[in-house]
Write a protein that binds this ligand. Structure first.
Ligand code: CTP
Length: 400
């Protein structure tokens, strides 16, 4: 399964480093070519002799080979690898990675690497849940790095909690799944709309909604990881967690979003309409701030273009169009009607009746209605996991 895959295993100074021995054995058994880079603290926890015997290659730690006056090129290593897996990754190493500090060979290799980076943290529960560590993990994710979440259980400190490095067997499964998915969408051009639209009332006020754009970002990031070329046309959102490979086209109003989408759509293979578009905009936008008054104020609204319906009308045989339906009730009838009206190949229903679904939060609960109008309901999941389910469903259409 991993035959010929070149993997750098970075080991840092954690008690979980003892698991690295079995991890190397499992990777090598699957056919991977494993090279180990260990930090100076890592060596305190597991001997390089064990690691070099299992990997079949010398273990690298120093910038310099003192015996023969040579140096270890982190650039060459970073370019050689198909994956840099840092397991276990301590809070200290992750903090340095988040800030670009590179005072050892593993960190310089990390900064030079162009391959996917996978991080399996290991630490005490209080260290793991400290805002500084959580913030660093967010930063690392925003750089496109992947995190294999630590498990919950007994820790070296004797405490029980989240922080145990995931077991080598689980890490292996994760890596196999990663290589299986990678490249599934290579060559595919995908447009995603996300976030709210803001419709100006006057220079300082607007009509908007609570959409955060997180679902669209999760979809964009996952699709990039799977090899797609992604353009994200998004209303005002926090784009700090957006993968740097995504082409972000920021817009403000529905009219701007409509124009941007119409321009891009003809060259796309897939379009995913995830934005919460304002259905109306003020007929007039005041040039100056509207003054407070004791009189009633009437705002006249006019309908905005239906972006999804415009793309649905322009859709060619070889293009796929997906939409979302956010409903405040159970919503299946409305979702089916929207699918038909907008010429969607697939619609993803989320109902605000389901706790944890919809705007703002980090979770969502969806029902996917496919080409044949058959529906599949999923449980409450993180938006990243939901993105995977949606992407699997899209991929299934291609496989058909
Ligand atoms: N959509 C769009 N342009 C609009 C309105 C909606 O592209 N002007 C897209 C959304 O991105 C979503 C789908 O259409 O994929 C359905 O959006 P939704 O807000 O649920 O439906 P509406 O068509 O706005 O209908 P209603 O507000 O009556 O539920």
């Amino acid at each position: 399964m991993l035959k010929g895959k070149k993997i750098i295993l970075g080991i840092t100074g954690s008690i979980a480093a003892y698991k690295s021995a079995s991890l190397i054995r499992l990777l090598v058994k699957e056919g991977a070519d494993v090279r180990v880079i260990i930090t100076p603290f890592g060596i305190e926890f597991i001997t390089p002799l064990t690691l070099s015997t299992l990997s079949g290659h010398p273990v690298l730690s120093d910038f310099f080979e003192r015996d023969n006056g040579d140096w270890n090129s982190h650039v060459d290593m970073g370019l050689w690898a198909d994956m840099l897996l840092i397991a276990p990754a301590t809070a200290n190493t992750m903090a340095k990675m988040a800030r670009g500090i590179c005072d050892n060979l593993l960190l310089t290799t990390y900064l030079s690497a162009r391959c996917p980076i996978v991080i399996a943290p290991a630490m005490d529960m209080d260290m793991f849940r400290h805002p500084a560590t959580l913030k660093n993990i967010e930063i690392l994710k925003s750089y496109g790095n992947q995190i294999i979440e630590p498990a919950t259980g007994e820790l070296a400190s004797g405490l029980e909690g989240k922080g145990r490095m995931e077991e080598p067997e689980k890490i292996l499964e994760w890596i196999k799944e990663f290589f299986k998915r990678k490249g599934r969408f290579s060559g595919k051009k995908i447009l995603i709309t996300a976030g709210p639209t803001f419709e100006k009332i006057d220079p300082v006020r607007y009509i908007g909604n609570f959409s955060s754009g997180k679902m669209g970002i999760a979809l964009a990031n996952k699709l990039i990881e799977e090899g797609a070329e992604v353009k994200l046309v998004a209303g005002p959102i926090d784009s700090s967690t957006l993968h740097k490979g995504v082409k972000h086209i920021p817009v403000v109003s529905a009219t701007e979003m409509h124009e941007a989408c119409l321009k891009i759509f003809p060259e796309m293979d897939i379009a995913i309409m995830n934005a919460a578009v304002s259905d109306f905009r003020p007929l007039e936008q005041a040039d100056n701030k509207i003054k407070r008054s004791t009189e009633e104020l009437e705002l006249r609204l006019v309908p905005n273009p239906d972006i999804a319906a415009s793309l649905g009308a322009a859709k060619k045989e070889n293009q796929l169009l997906l939409g979302f339906a956010l409903e405040t009730d159970e919503g299946m009838t409305a979702a089916l009607a929207k699918k038909k009206k907008k010429n969607f190949d697939m619609i993803i229903l989320n109902s605000l009746q389901d706790k944890g679904a919809g705007f703002g939060g980090d979770t969502n609960m969806i029902t996917i209605v496919g080409k044949d109008n058959k529906s599949q309901k999923f449980e409450l999941k993180s938006k990243t996991e939901v993105a995977s389910d949606i992407i699997d469903a899209i991929f299934a259409i291609f496989e058909d």
